[in-house]
Design a protein around this ligand. Sequence first.
Ligand code: 13P
Length: 363
Amino acid sequence: MTTYFSYPAPELQKELRRIANAIVVPGKGILAADESTGTMGKRLSNIGLENTEDNRRKYRQLLFTADKSLGNNISGVILFHETLYQKADDGTPFIELIKRLGIIPGIKVDKGVVPLMGSEGESTTQGLDDLSQRCAQYKKDGCDFAKWRCVLKIGKNTPSYLGMLENANVLARYASICQMNGLVPIVEPEVLMDGSHDLERAQKVTETVLSFVYKALNDHHVFLEGTLLKPNMVLAGQECPTKYTPMQAAEATTLALSRTVPAAVPGICFLSGGQTEEEATIHLDCINKASNARKPWALTFSYGRALQASALKAWSGTNVKAGQDELLKRAAANGAAAVGKYTAGSCSGSAGQTDLFVKNHQY
Ligand code: 13P
């Protein structure tokens, strides 16, 4: 065994640090608008629209033509491949609109989850084969960061050793390939909310999963200062009979993270994972208010469902202004929560308390 390796060149370190730090400036977070074509179909069918390329384009146009103030609370947007190359009605490329808002474009680069043979319904995530070429092209085309999602399930025998080892390793390979191409990798090991487990089990599983992830990232020489973590919050299972307060969940989350995420990581951007819009905002706020653990990183959001549910509903295919207003409101609420300054109940949306949980969610 040899311990030889070299750190990335100073110029690359500087570039990766610059991007990562810009994404997690205080009061800002990420809009995860990278729903795959299939997932976008479900969102559109909820509001009675067909899953056509033009309907997907029209919806994303709503997001990227929102008022400039969107940039006050959104620092980055994650796109799906198709969206990166789409244009607004007037011919302006979406990427141009995003940059005009002062928002950094990012791209989902994984190709979805596939089953692990012999496991109890566990998975890994595919997409490594041509990843380096794709990353190089995305960087050329204006993206500065990427996302790759791995999924872990809590069950009697899961997550298994294999599940944790494999997903940590694939995330580390992805992260190193991104960094070689100048993209900041968002590392997303999502422990699902599915199940009846209690808060303590969710905490311990999250700690174990994250410890595998950081071991693998270090083994693969990933430059931590140029990464971001996108974890689940520590929450009891959707079917758990015990109910916990938002502050209990927040403290379990900060404790789990403080035990496993190195201080070199600049920021943690939570996924919403099926929480309602208001729950996701309140939990983030409590996480920032919690004082039970050391928190050396920025703690912010990278929400998909919990940033867009009201916007989609208000838009419903025609009302662009109403959709944009909902988006701006929820982004501002989450921006406040990212610095622990949200007042619960102060932001009501047309889908505020709608259950966004989807069993075994695919993105
Ligand atoms: P949700 O916030 O809807 O969980 O999605 C975020 C995401 O990007 C999942 O990969």
